[in-house]
Design a protein around this ligand. Structure first.
Ligand code: HEC
Ligand code: HEC
Length: 238
C-alpha cells in the first residue's frame, strides 16, 4: 500500500500540471448534469463545477505528505479548510506575480476568476467535511516562543487559536505543515528575487524583525497546534 501511494505521488507530480484536459478522477457525470440543470444563469461559485479543474491540483494538494523541493524540501500546503476568500486571494497573487513560486504562478495564470471561485468553494467545502473542533484559544507556547508571538502580535490577525483570522481573506495557519509555514514566513522577507518571495506589505512588516531561527520556532509551534486544515486523499466530499 505504501508503495502504491508513493507511486501515486510520482505520477501525480509528473501529470499534475497538464492534467487539465483529462476527465476528473471522480466519475460523477450525473451529478454534474444535475448541477448544470439546476443552476440558472447566475455564475455563483460552484464547488461542483470545480470537479474537473481540481484534477490539476490533487496530484500535489490531495496527497498526504506530498513534498515540494522548491525552494527547499517542504510539504505542500494543506488548502482544504482554508476559506474560499483566502484561496482566491492567494491564487490572484500568484497570477499577478506578487507571490513568485514558479509552479503556482503557472497554474494560477491558467485560471479565470470564475474558475478560481469554483475551486476555492470546492476546497472550503472539502475542508468542512473533514473539520474537527478546535479550542478557542491555543495552548500556551514555551516562554521564548511566546515572546516572539507577542512581539509580532500574531494573534491580532490570525486569531487566538491561529485558526480564526479576523478577515476571511487572511489564512488559517494552525496545524499547517510547520516546514511550509517556515518557507512561507521566509518568503515574506524576500522581495527582490525573481523566483522566490512574496510581496505582501502586512506580512513583510511582521517578519522583518525576526531571524530565520526565530521564524522556525514560531512555525513549529503554530504548525503543531490543532487546526482545521486537512489533506483529504480523495477529491470527493459528498
Ligand atoms: C506541482 C505541485 C502543485 C500543483 C499541481 C498545485 N499546487 Fe498549489 N501549491 C504548491 C506549492 C509547492 C505551494 C506553496 C507555494 C509557495 O511557497 O508560495 C502551493 C500553494 C498553493 C496555495 C497557497 C496556499 C497558502 O496557504 O497560501 C493555493 C491556494 C494553491 N496552491 C492552490 C492550488 C490549486 C487550486 C491548484 C490546482 C488548480 C494547485 N494549487 C496546484 C504545489 C502545487
Ligand atoms: C496585521 C495582520 C497580521 C499580523 C499581525 C500577522 N499576520 Fe500573518 N498574515 C496576514 C495576512 C493578511 C496574510 C496573507 C498574506 C498573503 O496574502 O500572502 C498572512 C499570512 C501569514 C502566513 C502565510 C500562511 C500561508 O498559508 O501561506 C504565515 C505563516 C503567517 N501569516 C504567520 C504570522 C505570524 C507568525 C505572525 C506573528 C509574527 C503574523 N503572521 C502576524 C496578516 C497578519
Amino acid at each position: 500500500m505504501k508503495k502504491f501511494i508513493a507511486l501515486l505521488a510520482i505520477v501525480g507530480a509528473s501529470t499534475a500540471v497538464h492534467a487539465q484536459n483529462q476527465p476528473a478522477p471522480t466519475p460523477q457525470g450525473p451529478t454534474a448534469a444535475a448541477a448544470a440543470a439546476g443552476s440558472g444563469p447566475a455564475p455563483a461559485a460552484s464547488p461542483r463545477a470545480a470537479d474537473k479543474l481540481v484534477a490539476m491540483c490533487i496530484g500535489c494538494h490531495n496527497i498526504p505528505g506530498y513534498q515540494s523541493s522548491f525552494p527547499e524540501v517542504h510539504k505542500v500546503p494543506m488548502i482544504a479548510g482554508q476559506s474560499a476568500k483566502y484561496i482566491v486571494a492567494s491564487l490572484q497573487q500568484y497570477k499577478k506575480g506578487e507571490r513568485k513560486h514558479p509552479t503556482m504562478r503557472g497554474i494560477a495564470a491558467s485560471l479565470s476568476d470564475q474558475e478560481m471561485n469554483d475551486i476555492a468553494a470546492y476546497y472550503e467545502q472539502l475542508g468542512k467535511a473533514h473539520a474537527k473542533e478546535v479550542p478557542a484559544t491555543a495552548e500556551k507556547a514555551a516562554d521564548d516562543v511566546q515572546q516572539l508571538l507577542t512581539r509580532g502580535n500574531c494573534i491580532a490577525c490570525h486569531g487566538a487559536n491561529f485558526n480564526q483570522p479576523i478577515d476571511p481573506s487572511y489564512p488559517k495557519i494552525a496545524g499547517q505543515h510547520p516546514d511550509y509555514l517556515f518557507v512561507a514566513l521566509k518568503a515574506y522577507q524576500q522581495q527582490n528575487n525573481l523566483h522566490v518571495g512574496r510581496n505582501n506589505a502586512i506580512m513583510a512588516a511582521q517578519v522583518k524583525q525576526f531571524s530565520p531561527a526565530e521564524l522556525k520556532k514560531m512555525a513549529s509551534y503554530i504548525g503543531n497546534l490543532p487546526g482545521q486544515l486537512s489533506t483529504p486523499a480523495q477529491s470527493r466530499f459528498r
